[in-house]
Design a protein around this ligand. Structure first.
Ligand code: NIG
Ligand code: FE
Length: 414
């Protein structure tokens, strides 16, 4: 099936194949062709350019895009989309004065999600997660990373990873699985943390890697969760089994997770709400991509990642939704892009770069998605009629997406 999109008001993020991500200072520029065409064949982008150069070839369908923009679908590089139940009671408790930490100390938070997930059947967990995935695909997400981490015991972690695998087999969105073994210490292991960590290292990681259920290894490296030495042990064990590190660091405290993860050649370090100058210097010297999660800052009322400081140091930045029941019950990347502009001082160009090509890099997919590039997946957002692409972050709360193509197929055709 060959489709020609013609008279595109603006075709955004047209990039050469050699570009894997965009560095901090270059993020100010977003490539754009005015009055453009785009041709896709089956699941791939096969040609694009300005209308004057549009070839007259046989196609199966012509779509007149007039007054609308086309851009690559969002690349959401950090989510916990597989979970059992929302945690709106904890949300109300926070409004009434409890902190995220106080709720966690009372057995809420991650432990609460784990208890529910352990009891959920595979089929129900799959159906609930599939609905969330469908929702975010309609909101323009074409590639997504999904973590385990609400199992806190091996069978439940495997259940989560099997759900992610089934989603990946059944949906067109590109899905990258992450094993988040050390997300919190289960109650049964209080005073036996070393035992929990050795089980992760000696049993869980080998089993998950043997079954090829994950591509990445993650740890919640944070005060009261997993410290630097514990994080190092788990990341190194993951690397030994071929898993690439992508780590939760500096959400509430800077405890040395950034220099550790850059030294361990982590693909990404995520959160970074608290970031000091030594952390910035460590990132600068590395190939690690920082990932900001503005929904989490918004929802928990905590500081936003200092995006300007990161980009002004010429460090690339990705943004992602962190979709999860505790700190970000939304996977809407349009809102993430909006918050990046209004709360982190990113320009619309910077935010779109961070949510497309840099997001693709942040899950090891920049050869496949994240830009309008010949040979890449036809994962596309077609906007409604809008005056400029700045309308996307400007009109927060409104959906300006008219149609989404994932893997060359329109979601409206289903
Ligand atoms: O990225 N910080 C660790 N994990 C999640 C939240 C976990 C939860 O509250 O369920 C996050 O914010
Ligand atoms: Fe997270």
């Amino acid at each position: 099936m060959k489709i020609l999109f013609k008279n595109i008001k603006g075709l955004l993020q047209t990039l050469d194949h050699s570009i894997e991500y965009i560095e901090g200072k270059q993020m100010k520029k977003l490539s754009k062709l005015n009055n453009a065409f785009l041709i896709i064949q089956d699941d791939q982008i096969i040609d694009y350019g300005i209308m004057n150069d549009c070839p007259s070839i046989d196609v199966d369908k012509v779509i007149d895009v007039k007054e609308r923009f086309i851009m690559p679908a969002w690349c959401d590089s950090h989510t916990h989309l597989v979970f059992s139940e929302p945690r709106e009671k904890e949300f109300v408790d926070r409004i009434l004065g409890l902190s995220y930490h106080q709720i966690a100390k009372k057995g809420g938070g991650i432990l609460n999600s784990a208890r529910k997930l352990q009891q959920e059947t595979f089929e129900n967990l799959y159906l609930k997660s599939a609905l969330r995935l469908e929702e975010v695909m309609k909101l323009g997400t074409g590639a997504i990373e999904i973590k385990s981490g609400y199992g806190l015991e091996l069978p439940a972690e495997i259940k989560m990873l099997e759900v992610i695998k089934k989603l990946s087999n059944n949906y067109d969105a590109l899905i990258q699985p992450t094993f988040l073994a050390a997300h919190a210490l289960p109650e049964e292991y209080i005073n036996k943390k070393d035992l929990f960590i050795s089980e992760i290292i000696d049993q869980w990681i080998p089993e998950v890697s043997e079954r090829k259920l994950a591509k990445f290894i993650d740890v919640f490296c944070e005060k009261d969760y997993f410290d630097i030495d514990e994080t190092r042990l788990i990341i190194n064990a993951g690397k030994k089994h071929g898993l690439i590190p992508k780590v939760h660091v500096n959400q509430f405290n800077s405890i040395g997770g950034v220099p550790l993860c850059t030294e361990l050649e982590s693909l990404t370090i995520d959160h970074l709400e608290i970031l000091n100058d030594q952390d910035i210097n460590a990132i600068k010297k590395s190939n690690t991509m920082p990932v900001a999660l503005p929904n989490c800052s918004f929802f928990l009322n905590i500081p936003y990642t200092p995006a300007r400081k990161i980009m002004d140091n010429n460090i690339p930045l990705a943004i992602a939704s962190d979709y999860n029941p505790g700190s970000s019950p939304s996977g809407n990347m349009n809102f993430v892009v909006s918050l990046a502009c209004t709360k982190m001082g990113m320009s619309p160009e910077e935010a779109i770069n961070a949510a497309t090509i840099n997001g693709a890099y942040a899950m090891g997919l920049s050869k496949e998605v994240g830009s309008i590039t010949i040979g890449k997946k036809a994962n596309l957002i077609i906007t409604k009629k809008i005056s400029s692409y700045s309308m996307i972050p400007y009109s927060f709360g409104s959906n300006l997406i008219e149609e989404v193509y994932i893997n060359g197929k329109s979601l409206l055709d289903k």
